[in-house]
Ligand binder design. Structure first.
Ligand code: FES
Ligand code: FES
Length: 205
């Protein structure tokens, strides 16, 4: 008997359980959009290069077009639909809204999911390729515009809304820490000399 090419799985998405049977080759992105009608997550390139399909898996950002749905069973998946708390937008969503961090909006769900994770990665002290002092005792670097650009560089925006996106991420990060720090969107030192830290920062924004 030929081996089965599909499996019954249950995905946990935004706190809800979704049982489904999928072909083993089905990406998490296609399972979300085509099978479960969870369409907030967008498909851009379908090959891991644009970031439009970014979701959080167990709190870490991931491009869902490169994840197999069967491999996501048992993990907690958070999509853009799961960001708000009822009518209360997530601070990152609110910052994008207040500062016009989008134009057509197609990349925005991925940008917001990525930004949520960026802020947590930075607060946890993860360095990026733009971090000058990576010694553990140096603590988290200032979340400058360069830091935000580098950490968000896996999320492309065909509308070029980058200036407002950087401002929105900076404001949301400041909201989290209670500081009034804002990134200077004009500041760009270009001093990053190391390779990506694997935080999704692969392509210059
Ligand atoms: S659609 Fe997944 S990275 Fe572009
Ligand atoms: S807002 Fe249109 S692609 Fe980013």
């Amino acid at each position: 008997m030929a081996p089965s090419t599909s499996s019954a799985i249950t995905l946990s998405i935004n706190g809800e359980k979704y049982p489904l049977t999928v072909d083993h080759r089905t990406s998490l992105l296609d399972a979300l959009r085509e099978r479960l009608d969870v369409t907030g997550t967008k498909k851009g390139c379908d090959q891991g290069q644009c970031g439009a399909c970014t979701v959080l898996i167990d709190g870490r950002r991931s491009v869902s077009c490169l994840q197999l749905a069967v491999a996501a069973e048992g993990r907690e998946i958070t999509t853009i639909e799961g960001m708000a708390d009822g009518d209360q937008l997530h601070p990152v969503q609110q910052a994008f809204l207040d500062l016009d961090g989008y134009q057509c909006g197609y990349c925005t769900p991925g940008q917001i999911c990525s930004a949520v994770a960026v802020i947590e990665e930075h607060a946890a002290g993860w360095p990026s390729a733009a971090t000058d002092d990576v010694r553990p005792e140096a603590g988290p670097p200032p979340l400058t515009a360069d830091e935000i650009r580098e950490r968000m560089s896996g999320n492309l925006c065909r509308c070029g809304a980058y200036v407002s996106i950087v401002e929105a991420v900076a404001r949301a990060a400041a909201t989290r820490t209670g500081s009034s720090t804002q990134a200077d969107p004009g500041a760009r030192t270009g001093t990053g000399t190391r390779t990506s830290t694997g935080t999704g920062a692969e392509v210059a924004a």
